[in-house]
Design a protein around this ligand. Sequence first.
Ligand SMILES: CC(C)(COP(=O)(O)OP(=O)(O)OC[C@H]1O[C@@H](n2cnc3c(N)ncnc32)[C@H](O)[C@@H]1OP(=O)(O)O)[C@@H](O)C(=O)NCCC(=O)NCCS
Length: 160
Amino acid sequence: MAKQSNFKKSKAPKLSETTMTQIVFPNDTNPMGILQGGRLVHWLDTAAAICSQNHAEHICVTASIDSVKFKAPAKVGDIITIKAKVTRSFHSSMEIFVQAWAKKVLTQKEYLINEAFFTFVAIDDYANPTEVPVLKPTTDAEKQEYELADERKKARLKSK
Ligand SMILES: CC(C)(COP(=O)(O)OP(=O)(O)OC[C@H]1O[C@@H](n2cnc3c(N)ncnc32)[C@H](O)[C@@H]1OP(=O)(O)O)[C@@H](O)C(=O)NCCC(=O)NCCS
């Protein structure tokens, strides 16, 4: 159970929204030159960690990863852009929605390759869960995701 505090700060999602870019090198790929799934998930996890820590102002750990969808392959030489955004904060946990796109250098054509939900938990100096700021959604899309996040959290905990 997260330790209670007087930390009642509220923050907009855009304050912690994170964009990370990578280039796919041969060492990131399978023998067909396709970006390995595990490497991509590692990058998504890093972007989500940066995003959650900027929201929480604490060290955060990955508690779960779900609904990971590999929608299209990326290939060696492609530029990968990853965006991570907090959809809702609870007590000590936050849901982060992460999307990744691949861009072909020569044509500049960009397409969605992955989407996933990460749950991060903020921890204190003793690695115990600790309270995070309230998320204050501002746009209609953010408000909608905020509402849906509650149902997703319930489903996640049910399958824990
Ligand atoms: C994540 C962790 C800190 C949760 O600790 P815990 O003692 O189980 O804490 P609690 O049961 O009080 O849960 C704390 C929060 O995590 C959430 N949580 C715990 N397990 C979860 C799961 N599998 N999926 C989603 N949320 C989860 C709880 O809902 C709660 O959220 P809330 O405070 O916002 O309501 C702990 O399980 C842990 O350290 N796991 C290993 C993390 C790790 O090594 N990650 C990889 C390296 S970063």
